[in-house]
Design a protein. Structure first.
Length: 216
């Protein structure tokens, strides 16, 4: 399909942008508290997930799943950059119930259908072209168990349609209000809650969305 081909092209370009950015990855662990501190919207909404079998999409070098290293749940880390997955495998050596999978940037082929209770993605989907977001929402609907939920941190930036995301504020992809909701509905997912958040001094630049697969 043309849409699938376009998504793969966008994913390949995205992978190239993030493969060699060692400075970003080296610094990323230092601001993990902005996602995991109790008072943050990320943690408040994360606490509503059932983490029994949880997928982290675009895991980078594993800083977010590392916050769950002492949990007994099954953790599946996925990233489009193979070097990141190799780093995660080293990082999680000795940690039980962790799988690290490299993907093609548009699907979750290594995860079985209706097998996950939750999925989350922090500080990554904000950069995804909307055609990639749609593909991942379709895949999220596939891999979640009925009643499962996903927590996604995505762009809310309405400017520069069709342009290079790297020219936008904080490299945010074009994702106008309402488009994400429309894509969720097309994927058969319910939008449970959304919170707009500022980033880097830009108000309402991002959105944190809690979405769910209807119970059987």
């Amino acid at each position: 399909m043309v849409a699938d081909d376009l998504a793969r092209q966008k994913a390949a370009a995205l992978r190239a942008d993030w493969t060699t950015d060692d400075q970003y990855y080296d610094n990323a662990d230092s601001w993990v508290g902005s996602f995991w501190a109790d008072q943050t919207p990320f943690r408040q909404m994360f606490n509503r997930l059932d983490p029994h079998v949880i997928v982290e999409l675009a895991c980078g070098r594993g800083r977010h799943s590392w916050q769950m290293k002492d949990w007994s749940n099954r953790k599946i880390l996925i990233d489009v950059v193979p070097e990141n997955i190799e780093f995660c495998r080293r990082r999680f050596t000795g940690v039980a119930n962790v799988e690290c999978l490299a993907n093609n940037g548009v699907d979750l082929a290594g995860v079985e259908t209706a097998s996950a209770t939750a999925l989350f993605c922090y500080d990554a989907m904000v950069h995804f072209d909307h055609v990639i977001v749609l593909q991942y929402l379709l895949e999220t609907a596939r891999i979640l168990k009925p009643g499962g939920q996903a927590l996604l941190h995505h762009s809310n930036y309405p400017g520069n349609p069709g342009g290079d995301y790297k020219t936008n504020p904080h490299w945010r992809a074009f994702m106008p209000g309402g488009l994400f909701v429309d894509y969720c509905r097309k994927a058969g997912l319910d939008v449970i809650e959304q919170r707009l958040i500022g980033w880097g001094g830009e108000p309402a630049l991002d959105c944190v969305s809690l979405i769910g697969k209807p119970a059987a």
